[in-house]
Design a protein around this ligand. Structure first.
Ligand code: DGT
Ligand code: CA
Ligand code: CA
Length: 574
């Protein structure tokens, strides 16, 4: 399926055109629009072309004859000459450079033109020789920020976001299962534990046809190169940029191997100590008493023999779960199927990609019974935030939609900017008219800890805020959390009945697992939100749920696991 590849190229063409003197704004917009269309198609674009030819491509929104030709060129040759031309003019590693916080396409091109910066290595040189701070429009401050961005990027080396990894791991496992060569295939390691980032993927398979399984695995479309190939363990490098181990396990070792390779290492070490204390030996091959292997059929069996309850993989981080399991006090954690609604979504009316109606039908398809639509407010210009009048009109639209539907409800809300001084950028009257007010920090991230704490606490203490969105502001691999006293924020949330968000966007996951553990010591509730900006984003919810489970949350602590009638009382403000 070429959709994502073509959409990425179109987006990059748009970026390059936007800094090219010869291109018009119109042309830039055309590529962006087409990229959005192609990126959100359900059907492979090559199939659409195969069935309906160029006409079918031109029937897609935002695709005219020129762009249709470019798509056909890619399908036929794997290249787009327009893109090649632009790359010749600007031989810049745009993807790497713009992944740095504070670096857009425009800046990248200026740095290329003025200093010849083509990639991260060049950028590092330019930073250390202080050439950037001397450039007009840059200065010392922006050089410092770029230096910080580079170091964040380097820290991320070798790990990837769970949200990028899990769908690929699932695709590999499902191809193994469908092949008929394995009787079982499962994901283990940090991916199974839903850790927010993954170092490598670990997959276990049960099969008597080791060689055929390994042949199939190394030839999968997701594989780029073979690192090592053997009958019981094969390691490959995947195209997404991460390695993947496949182990074919002997049936009598399967449960022990699953327990072992799920980890974490620290959890395993604790469990092994208990095994030894009880006169057993536990390793990846099995559970043993002396040299005799003990018959175990599942992870539950293994833990039970050691006097322990089974623990969800998300808990296996040696954070006290072993003691809970020994005491048979493992909580029943919240599950994806417990979620009845989503309290943080956006539409096309600000910076979302889909209409209200489209978001509603996607939410229904995701099994939800309600959503709050919480568009951005006017201070957030990049997101085309709405003003009071905009919200009033939009809410009338929601009222009409609610009247026309049964069995699903749209709540009226906003993601309101918490300004530098802790005030909101909408009038109190406008906020009062909403079912939900989500407060969020979107600017001035680098305040001191006491200033940032005062800013957020002041906003919460207005009593106007139902939910605090992404409470630390971190963006994984891109931006550190802002400096803030979470204890003071959680106390304020407790005082005001303000719900804390667990934002499910894969590079946010904010609150994080450990911050959730910290927050759950306070009498506060949590909301697991998708922050969906398009219909496909409801899929993010499972990452939020995974993070909540890693923070040991039960469903009674999650507001959107409640029925809508109960929800209203929890969200009551003022
Ligand atoms: P990652 O890949 O860095 O995201 O994290 P994991 O947890 O997937 O770690 P990985 O791939 O190195 O190993 C998979 C599992 O194998 C790990 O979670 C626990 C187990 N394991 C690996 N090395 C050791 C070890 O030295 N001792 C013990 N007890 N278990 C280990
Ligand atoms: Ca791993
Ligand atoms: Ca591994």
């Amino acid at each position: 399926m070429f959709n994502k590849l073509i959409a990425d190229i179109f987006n990059e063409i748009a970026e390059l055109l936007s800094v090219d003197d010869k291109a018009s704004k119109f042309e830039v917009r055309a590529y962006q629009k087409a990229a959005l269309t192609i990126g959100t198609l359900q059907e492979p674009i090559e199939d659409i072309y195969a069935k309906g030819g160029k006409d079918a491509l031109q029937d897609l929104p935002g695709i005219g004859p020129t762009l249709a030709d470019r798509i056909i060129e890619y399908i036929k040759t794997g290249r787009i000459s327009k893109y090649d031309e632009l790359k010749k003019k600007y031989p810049i590693d745009m993807k790497a450079l713009t992944s740095i916080e504070g670096m857009g396409a425009k800046k990248a091109v200026i740095l290329y033109k003025k200093l010849g910066v083509k990639d991260i290595a060049d950028l590092k040189k330019a930073i250390s020789s202080h050439e950037i701070s001397r450039l007009e429009g840059f200065g010392e401050r922006s050089e410092e920020l770029l230096a910080k961005g580079v170091s964040m990027l380097e820290q991320s080396k070798g790990r990837m976001l769970l949200g990028d990894v899990l769908p690929i791991a699932e695709r590999i496992v499902s191809a193994l299962r469908k092949s008929g060569l394995v009787s079982n295939a499962v994901i283990a390691g940090s991916t199974r534990r839903m850790r927010e980032t993954v170092g490598d993927i670990d997959i276990l398979a049960l099969s008597s046809k080791q060689e055929s399984v390994m042949d199939l695995f190394t030839k999968m479309p997701d594989v780029s190169t073979i690192v090592s190939k053997g009958p019981t363990k094969t390691t490959v490098w995947l195209k997404i940029g991460i390695s993947c181990d496949l182990r074919v396990i002997d049936p009598k070792s399967f449960s022990a191997a699953l327990q072992y390779f799920t980890g974490s290492k620290d959890h395993n070490i604790e469990v092994r100590k208990i095994a030894i204390k009880k006169g057993y030996k536990l390793n990846e091959y099995g559970l043993f008493r002396g040299t005799a292997s003990v018959n175990v059929r599942s992870e539950e069996d293994i833990y039970a023999k050691l006097g322990m309850q089974w623990m969800p993989p998300e808990m296996r981080e040696d954070r006290g779960e072993v003691q809970l399991a020994l005491a048979h006090k493992v909580p029943k954690l919240v599950e994806l199927s417990d979620l009845k609604g989503d309290l943080h979504t956006h539409t096309k009316d600000t910076d979302g990609a889909n209409t209200l109606e489209e978001m509603v039908s996607a939410a229904k398809a995701a099994g939800l019974g309600y959503i709050a639509v919480t568009n951005h407010t006017k201070s957030l210009r990049v997101a085309h935030g709405m003003d009071e009048k905009g919200f009033k009109e939009f809410f009338e639209k929601i009222d009409r939609l609610n009247e026309s539907m049964s069995g699903f409800r749209v709540l009226k809300g906003a993601e309101v900017d918490i300004r530098e001084d802790g005030s909101f950028d909408l009038t109190e009257r406008s906020l009062q008219s909403m079912d939900i007010v989500i407060g969020a920090v979107h600017s001035h991230f680098s305040m001191s800890e006491s200033e940032m704490t005062a800013r957020i606490v002041k906003a919460i203490d207005t009593g106007m805020m139902s939910i605090l969105a992404h409470p630390t502001g971190r963006v994984i691999f891109e931006r550190d959390p802002y400096k803030v006293s979470l204890e003071k924020v959680f106390e304020a949330a407790e005082r005001n009945n303000t719900v804390l968000e667990i934002n499910s966007v894969p590079n946010r996951l904010d609150l994080s697992d450990t911050n959730i553990m910290l927050a759950s010591k306070y009498r506060v509730m949590f909301a697991i939100d998708s922050d969906a900006h398009r219909t496909s984003h409801f899929e993010f919810l499972r990452y939020g749920v995974g993070t909540a489970r890693r923070g040991w949350l039960t469903k009674d602590r999650v507001v959107n696991a409640q029925r809508i009638d109960k929800l209203y009382s929890v969200l009551k403000r003022g």
